[in-house]
Design a protein around this ligand. Structure first.
Ligand code: AMZ
Length: 270
């Protein structure tokens, strides 16, 4: 599938029009999220499965809604998959893919090569690997060799350490240290989530995001804590941040997706 934004982001570097004056052309993609649990579109608080709010019984309509508002990419997570290790919302994911024309990323419960291949064959544009990137240390490398450009790594951090298995287990890996390894292994990009902020509408962890972007050459997508247009503007100040995922804010109405997309495309600041 042709994905203009992805290529624009790669080939059009951030242009500094004037040194020392904060005037620059900034592009950052705003990505709506659909988290699936029991076939429904939900949000969790800090990823805890008991703190669940159902936003829609019809995730396919939700996906169409975000696409109609101008989304250029959709982030879909099978939460049951992330908790159990096996994708449980596969049919819904397939239905979402068929219903919209924009690129779709999928994560949650993708734990082996067969699952990656299956999703890619179904025209899922990129797969997100979390737990297995840590627990099967050579898997991302192998997957990237077989499916170049199709494998993102989801790094979900609790106090700077990588968490896995639905965020119920925290590992010894430092987030940046692990991200660098994934970059070396060929990951197409990193989705970096601050667990303590996720679903809290408390503002993103700008400092942690900036450090991650600075440490890597591959695209970084920030996730967790976004609540308002000001958060979008603040994230845009992080030079080279590729994108931001928003969930609860667009469901609760504290962020207008259409406005966020508009603002994220071009920003001339003095
Ligand atoms: O909210 C959670 N508890 C949660 C969540 N959103 N746990 C995992 N995930 C997401 C990760 C990543 O996109 O952010 O699931 C994906 C990783 O799944 P897995 O099964 O590879 O660890």
């Amino acid at each position: 599938m042709y994905q203009p934004f992805f290529y624009i982001k790669i080939f059009l570097p951030f242009i500094d029009l004037a040194e020392n004056a904060l005037i620059y052309l900034q592009l950052m993609i705003v990505i709506p999220a659909i988290d699936l649990k029991g076939g429904k579109c939900v949000r969790l608080l800090q990823g805890k499965k008991e703190a669940v709010t159902v936003y829609s019984d019809d995730p396919v309509s939700m996906a169409k809604h975000w696409a109609a508002l101008g989304a250029e990419l959709l982030h879909v997570v099978d939460l049951d998959g992330a908790f159990t290790g096996e994708q449980k919302n596969f049919d819904v994911i397939v239905a979402i893919r068929k219903a919209i024309d924009i690129p779709v990323h999928v994560g949650g419960g993708i734990r082996d090569m067969e699952r990656i291949e299956k999703l890619i064959n179904l025209r899922i544009d990129r797969t997100i690997i979390g737990t297995s990137a840590v627990n099967k240390l050579d898997m991302v490398k192998k997957a990237c060799e077989k499916f170049p450009g199709k494998v993102l790594v989801g790094i979900d951090a609790k106090d700077g350490k990588v968490a896995v298995k639905g965020w119920e287990e925290v590992t010894e890996w430092g987030a940046i240290e692990f991200a660098k390894k994934m970059q070396t292994d060929g990951a197409a990009g990193i989705i970096y989530t601050d667990i303590s902020r996720d679903g809290m509408l408390s503002g993103p962890n700008l400092d942690a995001m900036a450090k991650m972007v600075k440490a890597l050459k591959i695209p970084v997508i920030a996730s967790g804590g976004v609540s308002s247009i000001d958060d979008i503007k603040n994230l845009m100040q992080i030079k080279n941040l590729w994108g931001v995922i928003t969930g609860k804010a667009i469901y609760s109405g504290s962020l207008d997706l259409k406005e966020a997309i508009k603002i994220s495309k071009l920003s001339l600041q003095n």
